[in-house]
Design a protein around this ligand. Structure first.
Ligand SMILES: O=P(O)(O)OC[C@H]1O[C@H](O[C@H]2O[C@H](CO)[C@@H](O)[C@H](O)[C@H]2O)[C@H](O)[C@@H](O)[C@@H]1O
Length: 368
């Protein structure tokens, strides 16, 4: 799949061209880095106490540090008109992370339900725009929370995709996909990048459950192609132990590797596949790989979403929007404070899309 920045069709003098984005803004802040030294240090940084940024509504951002940060990552609500200007006449493809984006972070992972209001908004978005949820959870689990058949789903950090049956397969890195009828009334493509790792992941999961069972509050979650090791409910003095146990078991599996999320260690296959690759795969399947006709928007809150932000930023292909109530470094271009702002953004996007569609119907009927 070609990068949009190298696409000879990109128009550099078009004010709405992504080539013209000013990403040179300098941020005079010490931000939480994307990568740090040492697991324990990372564990402490992974979900810091929020600096209060909003006055309870999603409109006012009063914390001066946060405000300075939004100079580099402007609010996607404030920049809404600017964002949709790039989408005019194009198909906007929407990619949404689940935890921390569509549902607020809660202590117990099984309770991370999505509100009915958010479900309605996401459904309306999916009726207007091709929409996919890309989550670290298993595909089945995220579907159980979202319960919408109008969407595409990518579980296990993009390693298990249910996407549209497209013309191309160039984004699969030679791996195969199968067609299925999982989505009501529509044939879909199931693409699983790491099937050979399933027995290994299961074995790793069972060993780690056993190894951590004495650590109060630790929870090991099987997400099919990856394993999450939660320490949100573990006393800070035992975080080192969680890290130690995970790394001890990991040593037995050189083909698995460790990444880090919000108070969670994530164990996954070493393969070169991530949420960014999943976005490329889905864009390709949707026939939206060219930035001439498509504007992808990815909204996410976690480090694993950075791979997707990076793909969109590096290729000058679309926009990443980071959901965060604390300043942190990111490959995203815009920010939203929390899931309630995500909901607001999606509502506005749906309204804008409907208006755009009716304007173009009006123009067409005028011409006849
Ligand atoms: O890619 P995502 O959809 O954001 O999934 C990432 C992980 O999300 C879940 O854990 C996070 O949310 C929990 C519920 O709010 C919270 O308790 C936990 O501390 C967070 O890390 C999920 O449980 C993990 O399996 C996902 O990998």
């Amino acid at each position: 799949m070609g990068s949009c920045s190298n696409d000879s069709s990109s128009e550099n003098d078009d004010p709405a061209s992504l080539e013209n984005l000013d990403d040179e803004l300098v941020l005079p802040l010490k931000l939480m880095p994307l990568h740090t030294n040492g697991w324990l240090h990372d564990m402490k940084l992974s979900s810091p106490t929020a600096v209060r940024v909003s006055n309870g509504s999603s409109s006012g951002t009063f914390d001066p540090i946060y405000r300075a940060w939004t100079k580099k990552y402007p609010s996607a609500l404030n920049a809404f008109d600017h964002i949709v200007a790039y989408g005019k006449g194009k198909k906007i493809a929407l990619f949404l992370d689940y935890d921390g984006t569509l549902s607020p972070i809660v202590d117990e992972p099984d309770n991370a339900v999505m509100s009915d209001q958010m479900r309605e908004v996401v459904k309306n978005a999916a009726l207007q725009l091709p929409t996919a949820i890309i989550s670290g959870r298993s595909r089945d689990k995220v579907f159980d929370f979202v319960k919408l058949t109008e969407l595409y789903y990518a579980g296990s950090h993009g390693m298990d995709i249910m996407g549209p049956v497209g013309k191309h397969d160039s984004a699969t890195d030679g791996r195969s996909s199968t067609n299925s009828n999982e989505k009501q009334g529509e044939e879909v493509k199931i693409f699983q990048a790491a099937t050979e790792f399933l027995p290994m992941i299961d074995e790793f999961f069972r060993l780690l459950v056993e190894k951590t069972k004495a650590i109060e509050g630790a929870k090991v979650e099987n997400n099919k192609f990856c394993v999450s090791v939660h320490y949100r409910n573990v006393a800070e003095k035992d975080w080192q132990l969680v890290s130690q146990c995970t790394n001890d078991v990991l040593k037995l599996y050189p083909r698995l590797r460790l990444t880090h999320g919000r108070k969670v260690l994530e164990v996954r296959p070493v393969i070169d596949w991530n949420k960014g690759k999943a976005v490329e795969f889905l864009l390709d399947s949707l026939d939206l790989a060219s930035c001439k006709n498509a504007l992808p928007i990815y909204i996410g809150d976690d480090r694993t979403d950075e791979d997707a932000f990076k793909v969109l930023r590096d290729d000058k292909r679309g926009f990443g929007i980071l959901v965060s109530s604390v300043p942190k470094d990111s490959h995203a271009m815009y920010s939203l404070v929390d899931p309630s702002e995500v909901m607001e953004f999606l509502k506005r996007l749906v309204m804008w899309k409907k208006e755009e569609a009716s304007d173009s119907r009006f123009l067409n009927s005028d011409r006849q």
